[in-house]
Design a protein around this ligand. Sequence first.
Ligand SMILES: Nc1ncnc2c1ncn2[C@@H]1O[C@H](COP(=O)(O)OP(=O)(O)OP(=O)(O)O)[C@@H](O)[C@H]1O
Ligand SMILES: [Mg+2]
Length: 255
Amino acid sequence: MLSCKALTIRFGGLAAIDNLDFEIAAGEIRGLIGPNGSGKTTLFNLISGIYKPTSGSIVFEGKPIAGKRTDEVTRAGIARTFQNIRLFGDMTVWENLLVGRHCRLKQTVFDDLFATPAKRREEAAARDKLENLLRLFHMEHLREELAKNLPYGLQRELEIMRAMASEPRLLLLDEPAAGMNPRETAQLTEQIQRLREQGFTVLVVEHDMRLVMNICDRITVLNYGKKIAEGAPREIQTHPEVIQAYLGKQVKDSA
Ligand SMILES: Nc1ncnc2c1ncn2[C@@H]1O[C@H](COP(=O)(O)OP(=O)(O)OP(=O)(O)O)[C@@H](O)[C@H]1O
Ligand SMILES: [Mg+2]
């Protein structure tokens, strides 16, 4: 589904992603882990079109997407969430979903002026899809609630829903459990599993190792922008270089 080859981005002298070969198959839940500053968010920024690679390629469903604009990448079928909450707090749950949906609408100025049947049909179909999303996340009763009034865990879930409103086939989640309490994290874990059942492909960056080990089919480990390991959760947990990367970091941080 997604294939990165020799992907590299440099910021000055630093290669934040360094000659990375990386592939995801349709239908899998892939974990992306690594110490702080290892390049996880940078990889998301490259895939989603925020950064242009210095060199290398990114191919999604057979189409090259490296260097495309973020809206083009969204239209191609990739959506993401951000490490920090980026909701419209003063908008309702429903309005936040409409914003996420926006990039999918094919309406023209004429549709706007004359409310053509085509537009009305499209709006009805969009509404149905958003209703389904609300149901999938058990938030039907919260549609008129302002985003800022939701408990923290639900705000983070709303971000995922908003990303999904663009109907992606690949969903990139950057630390979705950050700041969540154990109960919220458990609920999020279930929710991501439900996404898999619905056929979505997910790439998730997460520091909560329990979540990662529980839900991921495979895990890719970055360190200094390079892939140092890849495999099933069990293999990753016992991988010497992974343990070294995390322990080395801990030693440095506590020094
Ligand atoms: N726009 C930029 N300009 C300069 N350096 C950058 C830029 N974006 C990222 N970097 C650098 O690239 C490296 C990787 O950063 P990145 O944010 O991808 O790490 P991360 O793995 O997501 O870390 P964390 O777990 O803390 O979120 C860091 O050294 C960072 O300072
Ligand atoms: Mg990050």
